[in-house]
Design a protein around this ligand. Sequence first.
Ligand code: PAF
Length: 283
Amino acid sequence: MQIFTTIADLRHWRRQQHATLGLVPTMGALHEGHLSLVRAARASSDLVAATIFVNPLQFAPTEDLAKYPRTFAEDCALLEREDVDILFAPSATEMYPTGAETFVDVPNIGSRLDGASRPGHFRGVATVVTKLFNILQPHHAYFGQKDAAQVAVLRTMVRDLNLPVDLRVCPTVRDTDGLALSSRNRYLTPTEREQALAIPRTLHCISQSISRGERSAVNLRDHLHQCLGKAEGLRLDYAELVDAATLLPVETVGPGTLVAIAAYAGTTRLIDNLLLPETEAQP
Ligand code: PAF
């Protein structure tokens, strides 16, 4: 695996490649969820690029930028093992030189769900992903379904800016106990981790209610809030039923509805969701 830290060197390499390129953008602290994206890229592109960049622009001043886990050596070993061709791991000044003042904003979708709780977050995500697309010029780019709001924002951005990149979304990877994998899970104490399991359990309950025929978003939302309200040690940020493409609330649940939860276990913010498949009338 070749490692690039400068845009100039990466561009030089890119100009010599004519094969299809699959990109897996990450902030490092890699886990099986990231590796599933790498494997999907490996299966459908000739060349696979990963990026590791803890993007300061998507963290608010009050958030965990400074303590975000950085495990570069372990990450490189994992990517090597997955046969990744190149890794782009720039510094913050390489990506945002002094004087940088241009941003990509997706203001409506970008202020829903996580965008409402984390103002400016999706502007940071959209800006860095656009830059990574410009620098690496991938044919395909891979993202996790766990970050459903991020997916909706990026799909909108790709459509609106006619970016020539095919976004591919891979299923959420879970631990054996059901908790969705996240780099932030490593912040959890054993007690908090136990408490966090209320999130996948609640999604499972909601899925069962829908399977039994419940279609009213109001009823399901009440159910969501009751389950999560009772969960010891969890502080709810949001629990909503929305259209997965627009992130706007739905009245009736159906194909393409996203049941999305964000909650704090201790000081760690966790997200998870359930997407009702587009192709089936019944989940
Ligand atoms: O999902 C993430 O890890 C980040 O938001 C991304 C897409 C790598 C942009 O920094």
